[in-house]
Design a protein around this ligand. Sequence first.
Ligand SMILES: [Zn+2]
Length: 460
Amino acid sequence: MTLDPVLARIDADLPHATDRLLDLLRIPSISTDPAYKDKCDQAADWLVADLQSIGFNASKRPTPGHPMVVAHSGGDGPHILFYGHYDVQPVDPLNLWDRDPFDPQIEDTANGKVIRGRGSSDDKGQLMTFVEACRAWKAEHGKLPANITIFFEGEEESGSPSLTPFMEGNADELTADIALICDTGLYGDSTPAIITQLRGLLGEELTITGPNKDLHSGMYGGLAMNPARVLARIIASLHDDTGRITVPDFYDGVPELSNELAAAWDDLKFDEKHFLGEVGLSEPAGEQGRRPLEMLWSRPTCEVNGMWSGYTGDGFKTVLPSEAHAKISFRLVGTQDPLKIRENFRKMVQDMLPPDCSAAFSDHGASAAGQMTTTHPAFDQARKALSDEWPNAAAYVGCGGSIPIAGHFKDILNMDAMLIGFGKDDDQIHSPNEKYDLSSFHKGIRSWARILHAMTDSTE
Ligand SMILES: [Zn+2]
């Protein structure tokens, strides 16, 4: 099946595709707020009807929370699963929006036309890029070039409580040759990106207790141990002078960057001065001798996310506190074992405690890093297809954050996942005045048409 007429049809149909997206954006499917339960249901219904209109066997599937949408095209070729989410973030603070977040509009801006409204970039605009590509294939050739399963979630913005049970309960139906996930962004403004590694996350809360009650520093100070002092010493010791993390065996499983990836990342010409300058900083603060992109994507971190003790209100109080607290998180890479690191971290803290102090811990999640196996041929096919569409060649990039869905496809369904998205850094997802560039929407649709063509080896 030929690609060119599909691309021409996408170009001609863009006004209609935009109208359909605006329709979907008008449904306020805020998943975290129970007041919008019916609206989430309505968004799922809208998608089921739209997918049915292009020949998918689509249904809304109940969960204890918001429904999933599952649709199958059937047909020949490789079996491809596409994932997106139809729920959106709340819109507060509403007064910071320049317009009603659920009355979306095309706006002219200095940087071109944008679709303004909640969910335009995250993730309704993105998931519709794939649906529109399917629509054009179907209209032009009467069928899709692959056996496609579409899987839309309605709880991504509220912690995905139903996701893994649903995947486990419907594993046969959802398992395909590869998963495509469209919920990420471009690198910069015009470099398409395929995410091949995601960092994991370990969260720990720590309380050091010294005296059994708050004391007066005039009466006890000098004689009594102050747990704030102990906590400060522990936190200060978590990194050495070169920025390395000192938890024992912490670097077990941290891979060195391959020469190939190092060269590819150097080609991205990451501008750390600009990146840091935007937030009022100037110098990379990670491990000495590492590239800034390594610090962001492929090196593990330890960060203090909160620390408090004693009196922190207005004025002053000469308290010698009974307790000191910290919230500490680790971003993990490679095959670092979060549970082993938790154990070693806790032991390190225990070993540093002076007499009369005790430590208590509570955990705030532990997930390992995700590493995609780029040997699946789909990666190379997608990279070439994306490079044909965009002004810059597509890049394999890392992601400093954690996107659990990619790991679930691997762990539960034993599928590789490709994360490809067309958002931009200034889309203001989760914030007021969210937008999606109309050109991202258009080129996103064309990108999926090209990727489907490349993955199905269609001969002209
Ligand atoms: Zn999203």
